[in-house]
Design a protein around this ligand. Structure first.
Ligand code: AMP
Length: 281
């Protein structure tokens, strides 16, 4: 495995792979790897000959007062995990390589980015789509894989790639969870033991919603109310949002049918966690 830090070297590497007829896959990450990230590597390895993992904590997608500075970073640990998982290249550019001082181009996907995380994190998706477009252009993979953990992000990226006619196959892989149900996240390291226990309210509230729907409940507001009450019973949990929306376009659905996305963001102390469930009703 090699670590590449410059755009030029990264572009040259893919060019060589393409000349040799190899299929290249990209796994974009912000590092501090866990099993969720590594499951994306497995997805790419099934489809491609070579795997590039980008590790870049993108300042553009963090708002003022968010955790850009504290975000966990450990490239030597990540390198060991990535290599063991079969990554061929880690692309880890410095911020100034991605955004030189004269940088001024941004990508904005409308509509899909106004609700859910877009509402509580203004500018977040503009940062995400801009960096993902850049990573796709630099690495020029055949395939890129994203996690369902960030359900809105996956929809927004699919839309960007389709709207801008970008020649990349986008794959979305399932959420990987800890044994007790907590969705894996690099931010879980922020949680103290009490918050870690309380954080189970996210996955448990999704289980509750699924059970209600499987038992025949079709009124969105009833499922929503039950989830909110369940989460509010946990004193350490502060709801950012709980939304039940159309799984294709994130519009509101008064009645549960078809592809439904149940998504939530909850704060525990200074840590904001997200989780979701995509259901065919
Ligand atoms: P991040 O490093 O948090 O930006 O995540 C990089 C990629 O890994 C994104 O496509 C995420 O959706 C995905 N990812 C993060 N956590 C998980 C998880 N628990 N299961 C599956 N994919 C995940």
């Amino acid at each position: 495995m090699v670590i590449i830090q410059t755009l030029k070297e990264m572009q040259a590497w893919t060019l060589e792979q393409r000349k040799a007829g190899k299929l290249v896959g990209l796994v974009p990450t912000m590092g501090y790897l866990h099993q969720g990230h590594l499951s994306l590597v497995d997805e790419v390895r099934k489809r491609c000959d070579s795997v590039v993992m980008s590790i870049f904590v993108n300042p553009l997608q963090f708002g003022a007062g968010e955790d850009f500075e504290e975000y966990p970073r450990d490239l030597s640990r990540d390198s060991r995990l990535a290599e063991a998982a079969g990554v061929d290249v880690i692309f880890a550019p410095p911020v100034r390589e991605m955004y030189p001082s004269n940088y001024c181009t941004f990508i904005d996907v409308e509509k899909l980015t106004t609700g859910l995380c877009g509402e509580s994190r203004p500018g977040h998706f503009r940062g995400v789509t801009t960096v993902v477009a850049k990573l796709l252009n630099i690495v020029a993979p055949h395939v890129a894989v994203f996690g369902q953990k960030d359900a809105q992000q996956a929809l927004v990226i699919r839309r960007m790639v389709e709207d801008l006619n970008m020649p990349y196959d986008i794959i979305v892989a399932p959420i990987v969870r800890e044994e007790d149900g907590l969705a894996m996240s690099s931010r879980n390291v922020y949680l103290n033991p009490e918050e870690r226990k309380a954080a189970l309210t996210l996955s448990k509230s999704l289980v509750l919603a699924r059970q209600m729907i499987e038992s025949g409940e079709r009124t969105t507001s009833k499922v929503h109310k039950a989830m909110v009450e369940f989460i509010e019973a946990e004193p350490l949990a502060k709801i950012d949002y709980v939304e039940i929306v159309d799984g294709n376009n994130l519009s509101s659905v008064p009645h549960l049918e078809g592809k439904v996305l149940i998504a939530l963001a909850v704060r525990f102390g200074k840590t904001r966690l997200i989780d979701n469930l995509l259901m065919e009703v």
